[in-house]
Write a protein that binds this ligand. Structure first.
Ligand code: FES
Ligand code: FES
Length: 175
């Protein structure tokens, strides 16, 4: 019996039409069929976060989602996130804080941190720690990762405050 199915999806903004095995996981499809090897396989049962990707904008474990479940949907991997430039400051902060050593967890950490930055711009240090607790790192001890994310949160808040003050000044001048 043929257990392959055709799927249509968008991956990092590119339309894809592929035949996949019905039991193939999304992360395996991305890595093996599309050559997007930025998402890693660690535990393969939803615990470590190394395989994190976005599905319709929400971060999911690529090892817990079947490729066929992505049919008709949009997927973003760490390659898409970094190529877009949306995480440039986050990547720079990881380097500045030495928040990676072997780098195996880093793509998942970046996906999780980018989601936090977008959805919780006022997150506290404690909330950052809690947010990334679902992503395992065997090397860094987490402190440098937390510092890097907090640096970006603070920098983005300052930039937003500056834009807000400039807009208020401009509307006051125009009144
Ligand atoms: Fe998917 Fe660990 S490989 S959560
Ligand atoms: Fe090695 Fe995190 S840097 S697992």
């Amino acid at each position: 019996m043929d257990d392959r199915r055709e799927i249509h999806l968008h991956v990092n903004g590119v339309a894809r039409h592929c035949a996949v095995a019905t039991r193939q996981h999304l992360v395996d499809f991305l890595r093996e069929d599309l050559g997007l090897t930025g998402s890693h396989l660690g535990c393969e049962h939803g615990v470590c976060g190394a395989c994190s990707v976005r599905l319709d904008g929400q971060v999911v474990r690529g090892c817990l989602v079947l490729a066929v479940q992505a049919d008709g949907r949009t997927v973003e991997t760490v390659e898409g996130l970094t190529d877009s430039g949306a995480a440039r400051d986050l990547q720079a902060a990881f380097i500045a804080r030495n928040a990676l050593q072997c780098g195996y967890c880093t793509s998942g950490m970046l996906m999780a941190a980018a989601e936090l930055l977008e959805t919780r711009p006022d997150a506290s240090r404690e909330e950052v720690r809690l947010w990334i607790s679902g992503n395992y790192c065997r090397c860094t001890g987490y402190q440098a990762i937390v510092e890097a994310i907090c640096d970006v949160l603070a920098a983005r808040r300052s930039a937003a405050a500056l834009v807000g003050s400039a807009a208020a000044a401009a509307s006051g001048a125009a009144a």
